[in-house]
Design a binder for this molecule. Structure first.
Ligand code: ADP
Ligand code: MG
Length: 223
């Protein structure tokens, strides 16, 4: 996975989050406290500051993910800041571990490719959120978009799919995961305070997660 791709994904994500901030906020106003768009716009604004700051050219893919995670953690007060921040930190560590594995001489094995890095990063992000949030798919959270996307990444890897096809499947899976949150009763986060009344609404964090995966697939050419 190239640093260029991660930087392109983060920049495009910042733009997409800014464009959809009002939608995220209105989703959160229905079942939370109406700040999800504001939170993410602030966090990704800080990510842009980092990308425009000194020394970024020296950072590889793993380092960039870690730097983005720190920026979001340090600037977003809401639950999503801690969760996305930790997810990016752990994803960056996973990508760095993969990059540090010595490849044997000759053709790089399939396990060195960007889809492997994406899959490892998704697994690390899901694990970080599930652990920190004590949450699981079906709880009506961002995991309902991210876990199906991670599963699609594994499926693409197992099938030997090209990167762009696997990423499109991931984006479709995340979108379907977002839609699956509508009938759910929230079991984690502020929406859980509403009990049964949380049903009938999309989860704001699943909406932002599906957007981030869609942007990842749209920036795949830089893989
Ligand atoms: P806050 O809830 O603190 O106002 P945000 O509004 O920014 O934070 O984010 C809310 C989103 O965070 C939810 O829609 C949900 O997807 C996600 N979330 C909240 N708590 C958890 C949790 N324990 N595990 C996973 N995701 C969670
Ligand atoms: Mg909120």
């Amino acid at each position: 996975m190239s640093g260029e791709w991660v930087a392109a994904w983060l920049r495009a994500s910042a733009g997409a989050v800014a464009a959809e901030a009002d939608w995220f906020t209105s989703l959160d106003a229905a079942i939370g406290d109406g700040d999800h768009g504001i939170n993410l716009a602030r966090g990704f604004g800080r990510v842009l500051d980092v990308l425009d700051g000194p020394g970024v050219a020296d950072l590889d893919a793993g380092d960039l993910l870690v730097a983005a995670g720190r920026a979001i953690m340090g600037s977003v007060g809401g639950a999503s800041g801690a969760l996305y921040g930790r997810a990016l930190l752990r994803a960056g560590a996973a990508v760095s571990r993969q990059a540090g594995t010595d490849a044997p001489p000759g053709d790089p094995p399939a396990s060195d490719g960007p889809l492997t890095a994406v899959t490892l990063a998704m697994d690390a992000a899901v694990d970080a959120i599930a652990t920190l949030g004590r949450s699981a798919p079906g709880d009506k959270t961002m995991l309902d978009a991210l876990v199906p996307a991670a599963r699609a990444a594994h499926d693409g890897l197992d099938a030997g799919d090209p990167l762009d096809r696997a990423l499109s499947r991931m984006a479709e899976a995340a979108q379907a995961g977002l839609e699956s949150t509508r009938p759910l009763v929230a079991r984690r986060g502020r929406a859980s305070y509403l009990g049964e009344r949380s049903a009938g609404h999309l989860d704001p964090g699943a909406a932002s997660a599906a957007l981030l995966i869609r942007v990842l697939s749209e920036t795949a050419r830089a893989g």
